[in-house]
Design a protein around this ligand. Structure first.
Ligand SMILES: [Zn+2]
Length: 566
């Protein structure tokens, strides 16, 4: 290669590359790169929830190998808002790619810094606070933040000037003229941005399959008010720790009906503390009480707000349902509120939770029964309106399951954007954009799920996961056999330890046969004199006992032979 780039690479370099590392074809793990020549701008760094096929995994994060390789090209990172699916991967990823300037709102900054305390020994984060109207210059990118409504305050969309043209990133959003704790949607401002000739609109897609308009937070407030008005016993409301606006509504209503509020769940307590310090949440003095003190108040003067509306196993809501909470037991007539939507995949555990509360004779309210739930996400009407406001030449639906991205693309087409100007992309694909066209490059970057388990990041791979799935399905079967080094004969009777396969005490016959088989296998393999091949013996035990157990039980436990030379 000479020092002059070929025309091909020249051309390629004139284009802007958009590289989604997560959030396309899934809900969560949101992260997108904008790359122009030797400059990379990161937008969001979120985590995702593990699938049901990932036992023991805490969360999943984007694969950032591409960033690691191109570390020195990273200019900085914009963060839209304080939800973990947009910021949660920071402590796992930043140590790999090194520190970089971060730009976000003060509430998001507060949430990030508080979370960082759980990860000591990490380099200090450089976060610059920005707000509506803030301008940032980063290499070839000139960025302007604009406020968007969502269900957490201080949510920012971005207008980004690039050498190729102007790009708008909507963040998660909805349009709300009567929000709680937030300014109403400023359509004039959005209209003004739309007048700046938008080359590409990247708009979130979570609500793309839902008709109509999202509910205003005011409507939700009124619906919640009705529940509060009619509640006779205590109210126990579960939500997301980061659903700050919903938590505010529950607090305000409690104050209106003279109820004291106990907050349960560490992450929720922390978020409220941050929001209170920043004055993004309003709580009267004396409203909060400790959970251990709630028995001192009449039942109809108590509200408990807690984590776990998704049926998470170790969250407070589940502990209350299972009568495992230290201070809170449900009594007949208590009111239970599930005040957040169900994340796909959690339907069954949420249903079990609901049933349990019904069994304890509580009155249970869920968003299907009353419109307590407004997802913080724009539905079709608003998504169309956003496209009308921005009038982009090109359109890229982002953030959502694949079906949502496709539906969103259809909406854009119906709004008059030519099909060839719309791209439905997936994680790891490289979207190439210039003034004339948008297309997906043949090259891809790694974008698989990186699994986080305890302190390990990415060390649990396919093999470990498959083992866990096997163990979960059919259990394990350990055979310990002592073999005489010189004669190659089994000494004594093999020991068998098993978990999750059969109940050993009730399977005496099976165990007796298995022991006999093990002795046969070893004697035949090793007993013929000469050097004993221990690996061969182990393999023989694994295979033959595996077949034998399958023939007897139609199950395939993980078989672990332990051969001890004596
Ligand atoms: Zn969000």
């Amino acid at each position: 290669m000479g020092s002059n780039p070929t025309l091909g690479t020249m051309k390629k370099q004139q284009n802007l590359r958009i590289i989604p590392l997560g959030g396309l074809g899934e809900v969560g793990r949101n992260m997108i790169l904008l790359e122009y020549r030797e400059s990379i701008l990161i937008i969001d760094m979120g985590l995702g929830f593990p699938g049901e096929d990932m036992p023991g995994i805490d969360c999943v994060i984007p694969n950032t190998n591409y960033l690691k390789i191109n570390k020195r090209n990273i200019l900085g990172m914009l963060l839209t808002h304080g939800h973990y699916d947009h910021i949660g991967a920071i402590p796992y990823i930043l140590p790999r790619i090194g520190s970089l300037p971060i730009y976000t709102s003060s509430l998001t900054k507060g949430i990030i810094l508080k979370r960082q305390e759980e990860f000591p020994n990490q380099p200090k984060l450089e976060i610059e606070e920005i707000k509506d109207g803030s301008e940032i210059r980063l290499g070839p990118f000139k960025i302007e933040a604009f406020l968007q409504n969502h269900n957490i305050p201080e949510n920012l969309g971005f207008f980004i000037q690039t050498p190729i043209g102007n790009i708008v990133h909507t963040s998660d959003f909805k349009f709300d003229l009567t929000p709680v704790n937030d300014l109403p949607t400023n359509f004039e401002r959005l209209k003004e941005i739309g007048k700046r000739e938008i080359l590409l609109l990247m708009s979130e897609s979570t609500g793309a399959e839902e008709e109509g308009h999202s509910l205003s937070e005011k409507t939700i407030f009124e619906n919640l008010d009705k529940i509060f008005q009619n509640a006779r016993g205590r109210i126990v409301a579960a939500s997301f720790a980061s659903l700050i606006n919903r938590i505010q509504q529950l607090i305000t209503l409690s104050e209106k009906y003279k109820r004291k509020v106990a907050i349960e769940g560490r992450s929720m307590k922390t978020n409220i503390e941050i929001a209170q310090n920043l004055k993004t949440i309003k709580v009267k003095n004396g409203t909060f009480v400790k959970a251990k003190d709630i028995a001192k108040f009449p039942d109809d003067k108590i509200t408990v707000i807690c984590t776990g509306a998704q049926g998470e196993e170790d969250a407070v809501f589940m502990r209350i349902a299972n009568r495992e909470h230290k201070f809170i037991r449900i009594k007949k007539g208590d009111t239970i509120i599930f005040s957040s939507s169900i994340v796909p995949g959690n339907e069954r555990s949420v249903q079990a939770l609901k049933d349990e509360f019904h069994r304890q004779r509580a009155r249970v309210f869920h968003y299907k029964m009353m419109d307590i739930h407004a997802s913080g996400h724009a539905k079709q009407e608003e998504l169309r309106q956003m496209i009308q406001l921005m009038k982009p030449k090109f359109f890229l639906p982002i953030y959502g399951q694949y079906s949502m991205l496709v539906r969103h693309a259809e909406l854009a087409e119906e709004e008059g954007i030519p099909k060839k100007n719309i791209v439905v992309a997936e994680n790891g694909q490289v979207i190439n954009l210039n003034q004339k066209r948008i297309f997906i490059e043949r090259e891809t970057v790694p974008s698989n799920h990186i699994m986080v388990d305890g302190l390990g990041i990415g060390d649990v791979g396919e093999v470990v996961l498959r083992d866990r799935q096997n163990l979960a399905r059919d259990g394990m079967f350990v055979i310990v056999v002592a073999v005489d080094r010189t004669s190659g004969k089994v000494k004594g009777s093999p020991d068998i330890i098993s978990r999750g396969f059969v109940y050993l005490r009730e399977s005496k016959e099976l165990l007796r046969e298995t022991r006999k088989k093990v002795i046969d296998i070893v004697d035949r393999a090793a007993g013929s004199g000469g050097a004993v091949n221990w690996i061969y013996i182990k393999d023989e035990i694994r295979n033959k006992i595996g077949q034998f157990l399958f023939s007897k039980t139609q199950r395939r436990p993980m078989i672990l032979p332990v051969v001890i030379e004596v």
